[in-house]
Design a protein around this ligand. Sequence first.
Ligand code: TYM
Length: 419
Amino acid sequence: MVIKALVWDGLIRMYLLRAHLRTRFNTLSLNCIGAIAEQAVSGLTDEEKNEMVVTPWEVRGKVDYERLIREFGTQPLTNELVRRLAKYTGEVHLQLRRELFFSHRDLDTVLDLYDKGTKFVLYTGRGPSGPVHIGHLVPWIFTKHLQEAFHTRLYFQMTDDEKFVVDDELKLAETTEMGYDNALDLVALGFEPEDTFIIYDVQDIDLLYDIALEVAKRITYSTAKATFGFQESTNLGWVFWPAVQAVPCFIHKKLTGENVPALIPAAIDQDPFWRITRDIASKLGYFKPAQIHNRFLPGLGIGGKMSASEPDTAIFTVDPPDVVKRKVWKAFTGGKDKAAEQKKEGANPEVCSVYQYFLYLFEEDDKKLAERERQCRTGGILCGECKKDLTERINRFLAEHQKRREKARNTIEKYHIKR
Ligand code: TYM
């Protein structure tokens, strides 16, 4: 156990160093995204402009989801749509009940078509730059729920190519290997092997390349620059890359001859890819891909999303129990400095990272969640107790997940996309 912890600590340190280098690199490229975003947000004060950045490659600051709906031009997920989904799923999934999914594009159109007998396929993915954290699991858990309810195919893209071109530090062999490793997490969640098709970009490029070219030919550099903030110094691989993320929206027709829309569950950071894909879909004879967007699971620090580049405030699916305990113990909460003060005045669950984990993943029972919130606000429970409960729940979940992850090594090949 001690040796395992030491090895893990070494890996985390290496990761931290890389994260630092990566952040420096990303900040450079984001300066330009900022410049382009400025045109879109010119009515806002300087403070507002500086506080939030949400791009496919970086999320920072306090995320204002209503503002994202306005600026990205998506639609809020209404109660009516949630009810329409529940007609098929039979229950309102926890992630919908707690409004973790909050926005969409064309979900209504997909359901209209479905009502009339046109199916859809699911599509989501992962950029394998490091181990999977529990934030990544959020859209995958919901995707599995949809797959079970609608008995539909899932195309899952593992973008080892993307992570190689956007990250100065990573080698192609590393992202490719990480892709196979990350796929174990997907399989561990229990997706149906007959209905799940993992695409490893580098290995499967022969399947993707013709559609990627059709897409790339129809998107100008100026559109891509305005959408992603590319600069003079951006490498060519990165500039072409968004065409590759578009391909699984359309691949079902090539494989089966069936032309149906794709529905993409993912956090809102991926939305820029779909904007450009939707613009060219009908030119190529496809349905526009639809989306359902989730909020970010926060990190264990103050504000910001859970991110692999902040390993001390992220829970990775491969974390051993003592590492989870250490991270949760250091988590930012809405508590007071002194226990006596908190017992008297209560704490604030709204800003508490620990409470968010109960809300989004680790307390299914609405009544128990409401009781925890009440106790927190009135000083009936202290942060140490919540941290202890959360550590236990995360470790229970991870113990099961890690067992299934190991077993997945025997079945992983069944999930690889077939020709
Ligand atoms: P990646 O690897 O950055 O993220 C994988 C998925 O996790 C979501 N996500 C989160 N959700 C909740 N809380 C968080 N803290 C959090 N952090 C990340 C992301 O939105 C994503 O859905 N380019 C993509 C890979 C990809 C893809 C796709 C993703 C290719 N095709 C289609 C979604 C849909 C990427 O690097 O994802």
